[in-house]
Design a protein. Structure first.
Length: 135
């Protein structure tokens, strides 16, 4: 159906936005922590929050967890940048591993929920349609 096609498109868009966030977050981290000049668009997280709120409210909690983890990583990058500017380079990486690991964990948790949803909602229906059409 047309409605189902739209939901599939929106789910694909949400997957893409989650992975766009990786590149955006890396660029933002390089700006904040190391002072590199990057040309970044808007934070993709806003789009992820909007898609989840409107199309997939069952993902809202996981999207918020991802947003919080991404913000935690940016907080580390901000503190690292402050240390860099003060010349405190020996401990610039303090907290990096923990904040990045929390972000990756939140991202994979959301992706896993989205993947399971796709398998349940779309692949099973497609298989059922195919088996019905061959009978």
């Amino acid at each position: 159906s047309n409605r189902e096609k739209k939901r599939i498109d929106k789910l694909e868009e949400l997957f893409a936005v989650v992975y766009e966030l990786d590149a955006w977050l890396n660029g933002r981290m390089l700006e904040l922590a190391y002072g590199e000049k990057k040309v970044l668009g808007a934070d993709p997280m806003a789009k992820a929050v909007a898609i989840a709120a409107i199309q997939f409210p069952q993902f809202n909690t996981k999207v918020i967890e991802l947003d919080l983890a991404a913000n935690g990583y940016l907080k580390w990058a901000t503190l690292a940048g402050q240390k860099r500017l003060k010349g405190e380079l020996s401990d610039i990486m303090d907290g990096h591993q923990e904040s990045y690991a929390a972000y990756i964990k939140a991202r994979w948790s959301l992706v896993d929920h989205m993947r399971n949803y796709a398998l349940q909602k779309f692949h099973r229906k497609a298989k059922a349609k195919m088996s019905n059409s061959t009978k």
